[in-house]
Design a protein around this ligand. Sequence first.
Ligand SMILES: *[C@@H]1O[C@H](CO)[C@@H](O)[C@H](O)[C@H]1NC(C)=O
Ligand SMILES: *[C@@H]1O[C@H](CO)[C@@H](O)[C@H](O)[C@H]1NC(C)=O
Ligand SMILES: *[C@@H]1O[C@H](CO)[C@@H](O)[C@H](O)[C@H]1NC(C)=O
Ligand SMILES: *[C@@H]1O[C@H](CO)[C@@H](O)[C@H](O)[C@H]1NC(C)=O
Ligand SMILES: *[C@@H]1O[C@H](CO)[C@@H](O)[C@H](O)[C@H]1NC(C)=O
Ligand SMILES: *[C@@H]1O[C@H](CO)[C@@H](O)[C@H](O)[C@H]1NC(C)=O
Length: 746
Amino acid sequence: MKFNFKSLLILHLFCLIGKIKGIKLLTTVLVYSNYDSTYTPMAKRFNEYAKEHNMDIEVEVELFLRSNSSLFVDDYGSQIEHLLKKRSTKYDLFFYDVIYTPRYSPYFVDLRDYLPEEHIANYSLGISSESCTHNGKWVGLHFSVTNSYLYSNYYYLNKYNKTIPQTWDELFETAKYIIEKEKEEGNKIIGYNGHFPDYETAISSAQEVIYSFRKTVDSPYPDYTSQEALDALNKLKEIKETLSNDDIFKEDDNYLFWKNILFIKYWNTAFAPYYNKTLLVGNKKGVSASTIGGSLIGINKYISEERIRAAAEFVRYITSYEIQKEKIMYSKGYTTLTPLYDDEEVCQYVDCELGKKVQPIIRPSNLTDNYDKYSTQFRKYFSDFLFGNKTAEETLTRINDITGIYYVTLDNKENYAIVLIILIITIIIITIMTLSLIFLLINRYKSWFSFLSADLWLIIYFGLMISIGPIILRYGEITHIKCHLGYSYLALGYNLIYIPILYKLIVNFQVKNKLTTWIQKNKYLFLVIFILIDLIFIILLYLLNPNYVVTNIIDEGKNFKYCKITSTAGKLIFTTLFAEKLLIFLCILMFIFMEWSLKKTSTDLKLILSAIYTNALILIVSYITHFINYKDYINKFILDTSIKLFYVFSNYIYLYGIRTILPFVLNNKEAAERDKYLKKIITSRSSNSHTKTNLIATENNSKNKFSIITSKIMDFHYTTGEEELTISDDVSVPTAPQIQKSNVMQ
Ligand SMILES: *[C@@H]1O[C@H](CO)[C@@H](O)[C@H](O)[C@H]1NC(C)=O
Ligand SMILES: *[C@@H]1O[C@H](CO)[C@@H](O)[C@H](O)[C@H]1NC(C)=O
Ligand SMILES: *[C@@H]1O[C@H](CO)[C@@H](O)[C@H](O)[C@H]1NC(C)=O
Ligand SMILES: *[C@@H]1O[C@H](CO)[C@@H](O)[C@H](O)[C@H]1NC(C)=O
Ligand SMILES: *[C@@H]1O[C@H](CO)[C@@H](O)[C@H](O)[C@H]1NC(C)=O
Ligand SMILES: *[C@@H]1O[C@H](CO)[C@@H](O)[C@H](O)[C@H]1NC(C)=O
């Protein structure tokens, strides 16, 4: 009996050695007894069975007992996983604890492929369909099962003419009544044991209480944030304080041989002389709970096909109807092979009605990648509540936070203000950007926006709007597709903002050749080419980066998810995409440098340069923020969105917004500037002609190509655009904004 329960925490291994000959069974040190009464005899039986049926299969069990496996004390489960990760074929079969089904799922075969359909079908009627499967795969099958029951002391119940309780309230009232009556007679008795020892069992007990508070039999496990969970915890604490004490609650003794305890929650046992075994109570009549434990058997998927088939024979045998029938008739406990409860022979020995009514629940081992850690934290929080001074609300929040994922939402009470502020700022920026489009239509401003045509301004506007997309996407759940869209918007947005500018700079360039002429003629095609390049990258990124979402688990804090390009191929694509942007960036810088002295666009160039400098700064800052190890998702949200908002808004201001203010700022200066400028043209003529001759001289020399290019570039750099008229006739000069501006001023 004791062994049966201990095996809950035990992993057991089998191994077929040589050519389908031996299987080794391993058990952990958590077994208190130092011998194995279950697995070795079972293997022996199978070996005889195999011989009788002319199967050349022999199973051997390698035991890891408390006495000789100190190595495995700490984390036996991890040791096995470590072995399996290395694709070890040392063991062919594994007995493992039910909680590790999700953990070992990647390394075991799907039993449906190797066992008869009916065999699995008989199991799939019960809790096995949950406890044995992970993502639809049958990882193992129950060899043994443990579950918990309520044991009621019938001596006292009879004495006070009380019935076995069916609800927590009944249990509470009955126990309270009997304790008081006995107190009057001078006897001290305990009402309830709770069963919260300092290990895995405690999480089972906690889950049972919460599950037993669900609304109806068919309701799912209540959320930790629900009223049901809160009621469950408060009830449990009340019971502990009134009917029991910390020491009894922390004890793992089954008490079934004590006479002075009224109600006991414990694993199944066939022998409880003073007690009646029934279902655990619930908040309502008929609602109950019973944790399922025990050991399962699974097959190593890295062994040869032949060995898998042999191993499957063993699995089929020990989980067969006949063997399981024997087991349940002996243990009088629970079986996940539910058809057994309709077997007349079984029901002569076992309370089949009780068995059918059991409401099994499995532990949440599929919630996290590391259930052991989850369980440890869960138990610590629960213990802080039960035996400490943490409130039920606090405790449930802490438990929920172990696996809960926090998202930025507006219904988040704690950070409501800051989230709202960022949303409002975003909306204000969108509104300003949209409303300011109207300046394109105002005649007075025409000259200030003459750098680009209205359609190109609109494209920049769309680029800015798209760049806001990633900020909006930060609200709510972080999903794969949202992450992808975020990256895509940022990439496309950048091109929509800067390609029109690049286009204009090329068109304005002092020298015309086939390429620049073509670009000038094919404005949209030029833009579309860049967008297509981006789209190709975006599609490639989607195909090559199967997972963007990274979960950041914060111990004792709020977990959150964020977007990251995780695959190497994805990172490569992203780097290329980034390089493309950088190239555009450098092209623009180069053209700005060469056109620096062009008078007609000098203000525009300064503004673009400012925007680009700001972008470089933002890039550096956001690169640095990548190294921040965020502990709080709200901080990350604030920093990320602030940077993006700053990016959008600074680009908007430098490229567009400032033009709506400039007329007021420059009004007076402008006139003076213009006079100065006219004088300059006259004086610069001479110096410029000097540069010109210089250039020609270098060309003729043609000694050093690089120096030619440099000097050419320098030459362009000093070209103001006006003298160009006199020097070369084939340069077409677009309408100079300076002239238009002065018209407006007058
Ligand atoms: C542990 O002891 C048992 C019995 O004493 C033995 O069968 C088993 O092989 C030992 N296991 C190891 C790993 O030494
Ligand atoms: C499945 O269950 C039925 C009883 O419902 C039993 O007769 C049959 O042998 C079982 N089959 C297997 C493969 O366990
Ligand atoms: C975990 O298992 C439960 C019960 O089988 C299931 O309802 C739930 O969806 C699973 N959760 C995950 C994350 O797989
Ligand atoms: C016990 O309770 C039942 C009904 O609850 C009642 O009929 C019976 O008389 C009671 N017996 C005693 C001895 O109080
Ligand atoms: C409780 O167990 C005793 C002894 O086995 C039995 O006589 C009695 O009928 C049981 N009570 C109930 C309600 O099952
Ligand atoms: C809770 O208990 C701990 C230790 O027992 C104590 O240090 C702490 O002050 C208590 N807190 C409250 C709020 O009572």
